[in-house]
Design a protein around this ligand. Structure first.
Ligand SMILES: C[S@@+](CC[C@H](N)C(=O)[O-])C[C@H]1O[C@@H](n2cnc3c(N)ncnc32)[C@H](O)[C@@H]1O
Length: 499
């Protein structure tokens, strides 16, 4: 969007951090950064003065593993990919190094692209930068037949084409991807992605995991950290040892001791990029402040919220427990199967209610912290008091597991005195929907919207739910009995509840 507001010929800042192989191999030859504004759509690209833009010779299929990625705006994202295989029009997949001729023969007009593409897709480049531009991406496969009609190989048909990776999470580090890319140096030095998808690793042999399934957080974090570490090493090697610019430092904050990143701006281009990021950050801060003021303005009993001294976020479970006891009463909470604490994480709310106030609780969360064990001081406290603590159902809260009496945990929901969710992430709407359908009261403190996971939510026709304020309004519209109030802690502290 920013780029489209600029005059016709503009300077696109080259992100060497994202595209480690992008530096010209011939340092004596200056790289010209004058480029055109990115086309808003494929139709615009073809309608321009580039009839040959998507000719076979400019095209390549690649497979590789994502080493790093950055989302710059809603329509522009970048990734560094370690190439594992490639295929030209009419040629089979190859796993050896890329032809340097592909890069060399596709220069748009001499000096402009010279060296850059070669550096991307040359024999030396084991890592290449990719540019994702939303307008050029064919997520529906509409252009597949025309674009690849003359290509002999059959691509993997089972996996759908992916949309623009608008969030880091859409393109996790370590993802194995397949992409159809085009060399369009008049727009960007990196190959531009026309279509892409994730390639799943082969499923391990044996029975598929039961649904709903649990997962081990410690193992997940260890695997993620290992991938991040090795990706960093590879990037450093690919850059010839030049360290990455420190993001914390370049954002004007103090970074940690022993930070191995670079703490100096290497070029005017980098300077401009950092300034641009700073101004974007300021804009987003202003937008967040506006959102917060709307959040605070909402109707409800604001007495706790308005109090001068709000407790720290870390005390949210105790404060929510106290509010539940005050609002519903210990007897009502203890009726039937007791409280269902959905998305309770490590169980702080269930702990506060069950051990502090003897309200029976069941924690529903698929993530196992400490392999599902309580902390040692909690185990000691239970041993001393002879109490049982709370139950843990390691399952996702949703219609498959809780939606009817016939589902594995449907009876648990029906017998609950109250369904609660404190910052329950993706489970928020399911709590409201399933509790209303089961005729059970609920109290949720929403925190995140997860727009990309729930794109069809609308406040009214044509008005998608994007912000937390809109999400709260959307949830309230589900039943006129839903009320709203605030708790006395910092951060997301609005409760939506059925009294
Ligand atoms: C932000 S944490 C909140 C944890 C805790 N309530 C707290 O306030 O500290 C969100 C939790 O929601 C869980 N979660 C996400 N989707 C869920 C679902 N469909 N069913 C149950 N838990 C879910 C995650 O595993 C995670 O533990």
């Amino acid at each position: 969007q920013r780029q489209q507001q600029q005059p016709h010929t503009t300077t696109i800042i080259t992100s060497s951090e994202l595209s480690p192989a992008m530096e010209s191999p011939d340092k004596s030859e200056p790289v010209n950064h004058e480029r055109r504004i990115l086309p808003a759509s494929r139709a615009e690209l073809l309608a321009g003065d580039l009839p040959e833009a998507l000719a076979d010779g400019r095209r390549l299929w690649i497979r590789g593993t994502v080493l790093s990625r950055r989302v710059l705006s809603r329509s522009l994202a970048f990734a560094s990919v370690r190439l594992e295989a490639h295929s030209e029009a009419g040629m089979p997949w190859q796993t050896e190094k890329l032809h340097s001729k592909w890069g060399a023969s596709q220069q748009h007009d001499g000096a402009e692209a010279r060296g850059e593409l070669q550096a991307h897709l040359s024999e030396a480049a084991a890592v290449c930068g990719l540019c994702f531009c939303a307008g050029l991406l064919d997520a529906d496969g509409d252009f597949e037949a025309t674009d690849e009609a003359s290509w002999w190989h059959v691509v993997c048909q089972e996996t759908a084409w992916a949309a623009f990776p608008g969030r880091k999470g859409d393109l996790p580090i370590g993802t194995l991807l397949e992409a159809s890319v085009a060399s369009l140096p008049m727009y960007r030095p990196e190959p531009m992605v026309l279509r892409w998808r994730r390639l799943e690793e082969a499923a391990p042999p044996g029975d598929p995991p039961p649904v709903p399934s649990a997962f081990n957080m410690a193992r997940h974090h260890a695997a993620r950290d290992a991938i991040n570490r090795s990706a960093k090493q590879e990037l450093l090697k690919a850059r010839g040892g030049q360290a990455t610019l420190c993001r914390v430092w370049s954002a004007g904050r103090e970074c940690c001791d022993g930070c191995e990143c670079r703490h100096v701006l290497a070029s005017p281009i980098e300077d401009a990029r950092v300034a641009d990021i700073k101004s974007m950050r300021e804009e987003s801060r202003a937008a967040a402040a506006l959102e917060r003021s709307l959040y605070d303005e909402a109707s409800g009993d604001v007495s706790a919220h308005r109090s001068e001294a709000k407790a720290e976020k870390t005390q949210r479970a105790e404060l929510f427990a106290a509010w539940l006891l005050e609002t519903y009463g210990a007897d009502a909470l203890g009726a039937g199967g007791g409280v269902l604490d959905v998305a309770g994480g490590r169980g702080d709310l269930s702990w506060a209610l069950s051990t502090g106030h003897e309200v029976p609780c069941t924690l529903v969360d698929p993530a196992l912290r400490r392999d599902g064990q309580l902390r040692s001081w909690q185990r000691r406290a239970l041993r001393k008091s002879g109490r049982e603590g709370f139950r843990h159902v390691a399952a996702e809260f949703g219609p498959e597991a809780f939606g009817s009496p016939a589902t594995p945990y449907g009876p648990l929901l029906l017998s609950a005195s109250l369904v609660v969710g404190l910052h329950p992430d993706q489970a928020t709407e399911a709590i409201v929907d399933l509790a209303l359908a089961a005729g059970v009261r609920f109290a949720v403190v929403p925190c995140c919207v997860f727009t990309h996971l729930f794109p069809s939510r609308e406040l009214e026709p044509g008005q998608p739910v994007r912000s937390l304020n809109q999400f709260c309004a959307y949830l309230r519209l589900k039943d006129s009995r839903i009320r709203e109030t605030f708790l006395g802690f910092e951060g997301r502290n609005k409760v939506l509840y059925l009294p």
